[in-house]
Design a protein around this ligand. Structure first.
Ligand code: SAH
Ligand code: SF4
Length: 428
């Protein structure tokens, strides 16, 4: 099985290479020595992760060729536009989007305030059109391994917070490596997110061992381990980790202080900036619908995300979770999340926007709507079944009831029906 199409290197300039996918060009960073024009490679998150022999690449490309052209056609057909439905106000804002002008806060608000379902469906279509214009039919798929649910923090929203009375687990170093190997060998993943609570049992030595071993499998090592020291992140970069998911959660300082006791927004944002500066591919974002957050906060969340210049936007709805202080909060509407995807696509047109599992948890089928409304990447959980329910950052996580194979099949069918291909999105 294959979650990435090999690309051919057609030009090299310093550390940047231009690669080709059936005529589509992408810019990627060379992260391996010994690459020359004509080589076939896999890229993930804009980074070259593995060179593959020409014969192997040609066989895979042959198998993909017709499917790829078919996917391109489907995607183009699904990205057609009809703007006739709009009110004048919203139309004026969308004309700016068409002209690639940036939106101010009040224009973002105009879009968030749309309620008519017909208008909203056109809003999502336009976001999808912009996504298609910027990225073609590329869609990246990352595997995620939840390797420990121990956490020293007490974030109010999170089901694995320190004070949660839950059964804890932690894979040891060898187990993480063997789960990763299985995801790479059996399922074909080319990028793996390693996620955990803030678990200090995982010290530098253990994390270095994990990162080195997984990088050696020829995949992108993507960390999601919370607010650990900058020095640790630097060390892990040095041994091969290349991407990092760290959300700032909310741009509202008072809310942050309340919901993440003992930590500050400034420290979190400083760490995100430092990680970006180290060279990591950065995914960041926020939670939608935290109690007390206003529409202005949500708009600021989008703007702070853009300011941090991430390679990927990662945001999702709050899922109120039993045993947490936010257990009784109201559920966020699916429309608010879809509007956030669309508006993010408009304010940062070439962003990569992740559809999170939390959106699908809100309403089955919402993942498809997210992908049809401006989003262009997703993750598949490859945590072994015995741990999945224990990694309960929120309740009723979508996909937990299914086997990994089923989730993969369903995702591939979904992407096929939407005309999306697993080519890499490249760097900008
Ligand atoms: N401990 C790390 C990574 C694991 S948590 C960290 O905090 O960065 C990953 C993400 O899960 C968090 O960034 C948060 O945005 C999200 N999350 C936690 N609890 C949630 C909930 N109840 N609903 C929705 N998202 C939640
Ligand atoms: Fe820990 Fe992350 Fe959950 Fe906060 S969100 S309690 S840091 S796992």
């Amino acid at each position: 099985m294959c979650y990435a199409i090999p690309a051919k290197v057609i030009k090299i300039k310093g550390l940047i290479a231009i690669v080709d996918y059936f005529g589509e060009k992408r810019k990627i960073l060379l992260d391996l020595d010994d690459i020359k024009v004509g080589d076939y490679v896999y890229a993930q998150g804009g980074i070259l992760v593995r060179k593959i022999p020409q014969e192997e690449a040609l066989i895979i490309l042959e198998a993909w060729k017709d499917i790829f052209l078919e996917l391109q056609k489907t995607d183009a057909a699904l990205s057609q536009l009809d703007q006739s439905q709009f009110s004048q106000n919203a139309l004026a804002v969308l004309q700016k989007v068409n002209l690639r002008k940036s939106l101010n806060q009040s224009e973002m608000k105009t879009l968030f305030e749309l309620e008519d379902l017909q208008e909203l469906s056109v809003l999502y279509e336009i976001a999808n059109h912009v996504r298609q214009r910027e990225h073609g039919n590329a869609c990246c798929i990352h595997g995620i391994i939840e390797f420990s649910n121990y956490c020293t923090n007490n974030c109010y929203y999170c089901g694995i917070r320190k004070d949660s009375a839950i059964q804890r687990y932690r894979m040891d170093v060898n187990e993480v490596i063997s789960v990763a190997k299985h995801a790479v060998d059996e399922y074909g993943f080319k990028a793996l997110v390693l996620q955990s609570g803030e678990d200090y049992w995982y010290d530098e030595k253990k994390l270095v061992e994990v990162v080195k071993a997984i990088r050696a499998m020829g995949v992108l090592v993507f960390l999601s381990i919370g607010s650990r020291d900058q020095a640790l992140y630097q060390k892990l970069y040095d041994v091969g980790a290349r991407a990092c998911l760290l959300r700032f959660e909310t741009s509202n300082e008072a809310l942050f202080d309340k919901l993440r006791p003992g930590t500050t927004l400034k420290d979190r944002v400083d760490l995100i900036k430092a990680i970006k500066k180290m060279g990591y591919v950065l995914a960041t974002g926020f939670i939608i619908g935290l109690p007390g957050a206003t529409l202005d906060d949500l708009i600021n969340d989008i703007l702070l995300t853009r300011y941090l210049m991430p390679d990927m936007y990662s945001f999702g709805p709050l899922i109120p979770t039993k045993g947490t202080p936010l257990a009784n909060c109201p559920m966020v509407s699916k429309e608010l999340v879809l509007k956030t995807i669309a508006v993010s696509r408009f304010v940062d047109s070439n962003a990569n926007i992740l559809v999170t599992t939390a959106l699908e948890t809100l309403e089955p089928g919402a993942k498809r709507e997210g992908l049809m409304g401006g989003a262009n990447s997703l993750m598949i959980n490859v945590t072994p079944a015995r741990y999945r329910d224990l990694y309960n950052i929120y309740d009723n996580k979508a996909g937990n009831e299914d086997s990994i194979n089923n989730n993969i099949q369903k995702t591939l069918e979904l992407l096929k029906s939407l005309g999306r291909a697993p080519t890499d999105l490249g760097v900008h």
